[in-house]
Write a protein that binds this ligand. Structure first.
Ligand code: INI
Length: 159
């Protein structure tokens, strides 16, 4: 029997791409900060000169899947992290944006074989989003951990 697991100590060998939405950047900027802190403290170079990390900004969550697809298909990264915030109060097309980004991100991972972390908050209010982006916890930090685990897990598995 083989047990496959990801290891957080494997982070230094990973190349990571982050796609982050500018919409609700009060929230997404905090998710990005938390995520970078998590990656840094697991040994990933997040400095401006890093060859281990690239960050792509998109207008909103609707655009995340297209850019995540380009990055994942490039073969340069072991894992892609997506960060965004869709807040119900802001828009009557909340459901459209949420459906597109969630299904799109899942499809990118399946189509490319590269793990894509779903770091998109979907909340009813800005307050709830902020609570998950640093006021109570910063889920960006968890998304960084999940990326390291998935990147290392997929590297350990048969192709
Ligand atoms: N984009 C988001 O990331 N979050 C939202 O809450 C949101 N709302 O509320 O509409 C949102 N809309 C923009 C959308 O993602 C696209 O950028 C836009 O429609 C252009 O394609």
């Amino acid at each position: 029997m083989t047990v496959f697991e990801g290891f957080f100590t494997a982070a230094s060998s990973l190349r990571v791409a982050i796609v982050v939405a500018r919409f609700n950047d009060l929230v997404t900027g905090k998710l990005l900060s938390g995520c970078l802190d998590s990656l840094t403290r697991h040994g990933i170079d997040v400095s401006p000169t890093s060859s281990q990390l690239d960050v792509a900004w998109v207008p909103g969550c609707f655009e995340i899947p297209l850019v995540a697809q380009r990055l994942a298909a490039s073969g340069r990264y072991q894992v892609v992290i997506t960060l965004g915030a869709v807040i119900r109060g802001d828009t009557p097309h909340f459901d459209v944006v949420v459906n597109e980004v969630s299904k799109g991100v899942a499809a990118v991972a399946r189509d490319t074989g590269v793990p894509v972390i779903f770091g998109v908050l979907t909340t009813d209010t800005l307050q709830q989003a902020l609570e998950r982006a640093g006021i109570k916890a910063n889920l960006g930090w968890s998304y960084g951990l999940q990326a390291i685990e998935m990147g290392s897990l997929m590297a350990a598995m048969p192709a």
